[in-house]
Each structure stands twice: as structure tokens, then as C-alpha cells.
Design a protein around this ligand. Structure first.
Ligand SMILES: Cc1ncc(COP(=O)(O)O)c(C=O)c1O
Ligand SMILES: [Zn+2]
Length: 422
């Protein structure tokens, strides 16, 4: 069954067949939504058919994806997704909330959310017989593309700003990708990658520019749906909680805006299939120094004005977000909003999550910092069930992690020195 029937432009609404275009709308450059044949999916599957598939990875949702699963078993590409959800009851109490969970995307094979997008793009690359896949990246998208490509023997080239944290660059190199460090910003690397892909005939994975990235990211929404259905069902049975009065709120950090757009697309797919009665409220969190999408949201416009981005959260440091319009809508159309957080608040969030056994990189912790702000400003109620995403591992940026904590004392190797210290 061919579920992938074409694309629809998010700006002008024009529809394209898969053969018409590869990246953005040829007319206006708008991001393209992948269109699936929902009627045919619905006629063939019920939610139970998918949820009972014996595969913990994102590939369990294959019937809702526009690609086929690459061949070969038990590679890292086949292990993307399926991340755990933890109950943060201790932090919930501190924030005056009753229900708080965290979905830990750092458990993906290359330790960030980006594996979801890269797994699907690599699958697409294999389908169309692309010899080389290329991407611009602040680090994580590249590491994910390099890792997923290595898993199935696909050639990958990564353009990253030379300022990318070392651990991310190390991942790119160890995964055997061709790594090109650009003496410039992520935005400059992005534009250069598009030009190079055009010139050399490479398949370009750039976030948002390639419509399949959001298709990978939407799988997180599928997992949230699956978890939420069983969680609120349990509430209903155990404490008689009225599900309709307790919609889920999801907090996600935002740079280019593709994760938030992808998650919204996932919920919309489920809604269109009639499998999700109510789309969760989505709250985007941006760094104060990189808030182009938040600015547009609060300016009540869809026009994204670039900023000169500066934040410790390198993964969400973006001058001109490449999926801004859809990202504004993801919050607007779900009753959500955008919250900005300072670098100081991000560092504090790293420390707080760490005390619960969750190690987040700055961009990952930003979502939790946004929740802290939203809780203290009354944006959310104490009974609202909340899910926060940690999108990347703290091991990705150890330098930032060390700024979030006090350094350890160094002592002489004597018991006397220990006594003095204590
Ligand atoms: C850890 C992490 N969090 C959040 C984001 C933001 O995702 P997007 O740029 O799609 O908004 C990224 C993107 O690189 C990331 O790596
Ligand atoms: Zn268009």
C-alpha cells in the first residue's frame, strides 16, 4: 500500500505529487507537509493493530510513515525512538503541580531527538537511491544523520559551525561521516549546504527544508498518544478523573521549529484518522537570545523576522528558523503558547533535572526551564497534566554542564583532608 500520496504547502496550500518536488514549495518556499492516504490507512488498520506490533522503536508506527523500513535488523537505525517516560513527582511537588512526566529523548541511539528525523530521511534516501545524504547541523542533526547512515552503510556529509561542541563533532567523526566545519553560523552552514546539495546532486536532509524530517519527528507524538491513552484510562478507572477536563500539555524546546511542527503533525495525523479525540496543548520554549519564533507568536503574526542568535543552548541557536510558520501554528492551533528562558534559567534546569537522574544538554533542559517559568506565572494550572521533552543528552556539551554545577574540591589523599573538608 502506498500511503505517501504527495505534499501540501503550509503557506499557499498547493498540492504536489511526490515526483513534482523534493524540498520546499517551488512557488513560495513554504515548508511542505507530507500527505498520507488517511482513508486507506483507516480502512486497513485500527490503533490496536499498530500498538500491538512487537517493536519498541519508532518503526512500530510504520503504517503511518511515508517510507518503508530499510533492510537489515538490529542496527541503530532500527532502534531510534521508543524512548522512556519518567514520572517527575519530586519536581512536580516543588512546582506545585500534580502530574508531571518527562520523555527522555537522550535515550535515542545517538543521544538526541534528531535520530527520529534522520532515521526516516535515511530510509527515504535508500528508497530514492541517493548516493550521498548531506545536512547542515548545529551538531545533533548531523550526529544523528551520521549515525543512522553508518548503521546502514549510507554515505553522509555534515556541515557544522566550527563552534559546535566537541562531543558532537567527535560523534560525527567517529560515525565516519565526511565532516566539514564552517567558519560561520549554523544559518550560513544551512545555506551553504543547500547550494552544495544542488551543485553536487546530494540528497539534503536540512531540518524543515526536507519534508521527511517532520515525518520522523512526528513519531514522538505517536508514542505520547500511546502512553497518554493508557495513562489517563488508568486515572479514569482508579480515581475517576474526568479525562475531558484534563488535556495534556507538552513542553518542547524550539530552534528551527521542526520538532514542534513534527509533533503537531503527528497529533494531527492521529486526529485525522479519528484515533485521537483531542490534540494536546503544545508549548514551545525558546532561549531569550534566539527567540524569532516566539517573537512572531507574541507579535500575532506568522512572519518570522531573523534575530542575531546568542545562547548557551547551541542546538536552539538559530538566526532564521527554517520551520517558523508551522512552529507558530503548532502552539496557536493547540491553545499553547511560547515561553522564553534565559541562559541562567537553562543552567538551573540542567542542575534540577540532574538531581532526578536525567542529564540534559542546554537545549534539552530549556523545555523544563520553560515549564518552571510557566508554572510560576500561572500559565498552567496545578491540575494540568504536563509532559516535558528532554531532547538531548548532557554528554553532548560537558562544558555547559560544568557551568550548571559547582566544581568538585581537590584534596590531598589523606583522611585528615577528608575530615577538614566535611
Ligand atoms: C537537543 C535539541 N533540542 C531542541 C532542538 C530544536 O529543534 P528544532 O530546531 O527542530 O526546533 C534541537 C535541534 O537541533 C536539538 O538538537
Ligand atoms: Zn506554497
Amino acid at each position: 500500500m502506498n500511503k505517501f500520496v504527495g505534499y501540501r504547502c503550509s503557506l499557499c496550500g498547493e498540492e504536489y505529487s511526490p515526483a513534482d518536488t523534493t524540498y520546499t514549495c517551488p512557488k513560495d518556499g513554504g515548508n511542505l507537509d507530507v500527505v498520507l492516504d488517511y482513508d486507506s490507512i483507516k480502512s486497513k488498520y485500527k490503533p490496536e493493530d499498530i500498538l500491538s506490533r512487537n517493536d519498541p522503536s519508532l518503526w512500530r508506527f510504520l503504517p503511518l510513515l511515508p517510507v518503508s523500513e530499510p533492510e537489515g535488523e538490529s542496527t541503530p537505525l532500527h532502534a531510534a525512538g521508543g524512548t522512556p517516560i519518567f514520572n517527575l513527582s519530586r519536581l512536580a511537588e516543588k512546582l506545585g503541580l500534580q502530574y508531571l512526566w518527562l520523555k527522555d529523548e537522550s535515550r535515542n541511539p545517538t543521544a538526541s531527538f534528531k535520530d527520529r528525523a534522520s532515521a526516516i530521511v535515511v530510509a527515504r534516501a535508500q528508497e530514492i537511491g541517493a548516493e550521498v545524504v548531506v545536512t547542515a547541523s548545529t551538531g545533533n542533526a548531523g550526529a544523528a544523520l551520521a549515525g543512522m547512515s553508518a548503521a546502514v552503510g549510507q554515505k553522509a556529509i555534515i556541515f557544522a559551525p566550527k563552534s559546535a561542541p566537541q562531543a558532537k563533532v567527535a560523534q560525527l567523526l567517529v560515525f565516519g561521516a565526511k565532516v566539514i566545519l564552517v567558519d560561520g553560523t549554523y544559518d550560513e552552514a544551512f545555506d551553504l549546504t543547500v547550494k552544495a546539495a544542488d551543485e553536487f546532486g546530494w540528497y539534503c536532509r536540512n531540518t524543515g527544508y526536507n519534508p521527511f524530517t517532520a515525518e520522523g519527528k512526528k513519531t514522538a507524538a505517536f508514542e505520547i498518544w500511546e502512553w497518554w491513552e493508557s495513562t489517563h484510562q488508568k486515572w479514569h478507572e482508579e480515581v475517576g478523573m474526568d479525562v475531558d477536563h484534563a488535556p495534556l500539555t507538552v513542553f518542547v524546546s524550539v530552534g528551527d521549529g521542526n520538532i514542534i511542527s513534527g509533533i503537531y503533525k503527528g497529533f494531527r495525523d492521529l486526529y485525522q484518522l479519528g484515533w485521537l479525540p483531542r490534540i494536546p496543548r503544545i508549548i514551545g520554549v525558546q532561549a531569550e537570545g534566539s527567540a524569532a519564533i516566539s517573537n512572531a507568536f507574541h507579535g500575532e503574526t506568522e512572519t518570522i523576522t531573523p534575530v542575531s542568535a546568542k545562547t548557551i543552548a547551541d542546538s536552539i541557536s538559530v538566526d532564521l528558523p527554517r520551520d517558523g510558520v508551522r512552529a507558530v501554528r503548532a502552539a496557536k492551533e493547540t491553545g499553547g503558547t511560547y515561553v522564553n528562558v534565559s541562559d541562567k534559567e537553562i543552567l538551573k534546569a540542567i542542575a534540577e533535572l540532574g538531581k532526578l537522574g536525567v542529564f540534559a544538554e542546554p537545549a534539552g533542559a530549556a523545555a523544563y526551564a520553560g515549564l518552571v517559568k510557566a508554572a510560576s506565572s500561572g500559565l498552567i494550572g496545578s491540575e494540568d497534566p504536563i509532559l516535558v521533552l528532554n531532547t538531548g543528552s548532557g554528554l553532548k556539551d560537558v562544558r555547559a554542564a560544568m557551568r550548571a554545577v559547582q566544581s568538585a574540591p581537590i584534596i590531598e589523599p589523606t583522611l585528615e583532608a577528608v575530615k577538614q573538608l566535611l
